[in-house]
Design a protein around this ligand. Structure first.
Ligand code: NAD
Ligand code: USQ
Length: 393
């Protein structure tokens, strides 16, 4: 297949590009390198330096003998670039990762909130319109997030809900209660894509992905220049990746609040497997298909305890600290989310075993000298101060 990866310089996009390339697909990546700018703006760096995208592609060619095509451009702000891209590459499938992915970043101030929603929502709209023009039958696999649902007090279904009201029945999109302006941007995307399915017969799979953890995939492990960007800072780092780094550093793990916040999690290797399953089994024309993409659910306390126990077995005395929660989120709540569609398509999950945790700890130990302890504590709070007190907006 001809597969276009939007956001191909990112944590998930780059390993996905190599994964499909390794399996004989014709792959092109698109990125405007914005994440590298946002990192610079926030003063953070991935744990291990990552090569420039053209260098990674060159190294991949040397290591695998395979080509990955590159398009550098902004899908949100440059619609002409997007139209040209689709006219030129004519993909059979599009995997869309190209968004600002951090909840804390989107909550920092007005500018970052607006930038996040503008970038994410307009990028997806430009892609929809360009696909309608150049390749209306192409399937789009869009990365959404489990956080679109929030933590409702009822079971979470896969995207849709059968409703009975005053004696009548309907099938509606599952109600959303997201917890940040970033997560909200994904809700807006889902609504726009579902509408495009209804009016243009687009084929869409919305992957409501849980929190991803992990450092290596089979392809990133082939050469150190192929590694992907692993963040542990309080802006772009996700919770398990952060806890591993904190354990290695000997700094207490930062459980926010009471720590009973429960989420769906998956290994980065399963992200690739799920995206492949969705791509090889496309949605029908007019179908807005939603998969909840995670393999296990844990509370933050459970994750911290797991890391602590594996670290102890490796001679690392990891402590757990309950720090003030910088977010506004339920800390004690019901959580039961269905996630059977991908398993029915054949997903065999990589679960969070002690061996997986030990492998991650080992990798981080090798890069321990590069950890900057200053980047650990959260500085962005959901309870924004008033502009007058903050001296800005
Ligand atoms: P990432 O920031 O590492 O990758 C996103 C890439 O998209 C970056 O390289 C960035 O430069 C690029 N990009 C952003 N806006 C762009 C634009 N307008 N034009 C072109 N390129 C643009 O993020 P990630 O962790 O790899 O996440 C990828 C996707 O998966 C995101 O949509 C994110 O919301 C979603 N997701 C991630 C996780 C996770 O735990 N990492 C979980 C659920 C969903
Ligand atoms: N948390 C802590 N301590 C930390 C960091 C986080 O207790 O040091 C808690 C948070 O309060 C939250 C949970 O861990 O309750 C998850 O936080 P996270 O930062 O790992 O994940 P989140 O902000 O939800 O965002 C990440 C990705 C995002 C993706 C989302 C999937 O950055 O791109 O959409 O995971 S989901 O959470 O399912 O919506």
């Amino acid at each position: 297949m001809r597969i276009l990866i939007l956001g191909g310089d990112g944590y998930l996009g780059w390993p996905t590009a190599m994964y499909f390339s390794q399996r004989g697909h014709e792959v092109a990546v698109v990125d405007n390198l914005a994440k590298r700018v946002w990192e610079a703006e926030m003063g953070v760096e991935p744990l291990v330096p990552i090569r420039q995208l053209p260098t990674r592609i060159k190294r991949w060619r040397e290591v695998s003998g395979r080509e990955i095509a590159l398009y550098v451009g902004d899908i949100a702000e440059n619609h002409r670039f997007v139209y040209q891209l689709f006219d030129d590459f004519r993909p059979d499938a599009v995997v869309h990762y190209a968004e600002q992915p951090s909840a804390p970043f989107s909550m920092a101030d007005r500018e970052k909130c607006v930038m996040t929603q503008r970038n994410n929502v307009l990028g997806t709209l430009n892609v929809m319109f360009a696909m309608r023009h150049a390749c209306p039958d192409t399937h789009i696999v869009k990365l959404g997030t489990m956080g679109e649902y929030g933590t409702p007090n009822i079971d979470i279904e896969e995207g849709w809900l059968e409703l009975e009201h005053n004696g009548r029945k309907d099938r509606v999109m599952y109600p959303k209660k997201p917890g940040s302006f970033y997560h909200l941007s994904k809700v807006h995307d889902s609504n726009n894509l579902e509408f495009a399915c209804r009016i243009w017969d687009m084929r869409v799979t919305d992957l409501n992905q849980g929190v991803v953890y992990g450092i290596d995939t089979d392809e990133t492990a082939l050469h150190r220049d192929l590694c992907t960007s692993f963040h542990y800072d309080a802006v772009f780092g996700t919770v398990l990746n952060r806890f591993i780094v904190q354990a290695v550093l000997g700094q207490p793990m930062t459980v926010y609040g009471r720590g009973n916040q429960t989420r769906g999690y998956l290994n980065i290797r399963d992200t690739l497997a799920c995206v492949e399953l969705a791509t090889l089994n496309p949605a029908e024309p007019g179908e807005f298909r939603v998969f909840n993409q995670f393999t296990e659910q844990f509370s933050v306390n459970e994750l911290a305890a797991r890391v602590q126990s594996v670290a102890a077995a490796m001679g690392l005395a990891a402590e757990i600290d309950h720090v003030e929660n910088p977010r506004i989120e339920l800390e004690d709540h019901y959580y039961n989310a269905r996630h059977s569609a991908l398993v029915e398509l054949g997903l065999v999950p990589h679960l969070l075993t002690d061996a997986v945790l030990a492998e991650m700890i080992d990798s981080v130990v090798r890069a321990k000298d590069r950890i900057d302890p200053e980047l650990i504590m959260p500085r962005i709070h959901w309870r924004m101060r008033s502009p007058a007190r903050q001296g800005g907006d």
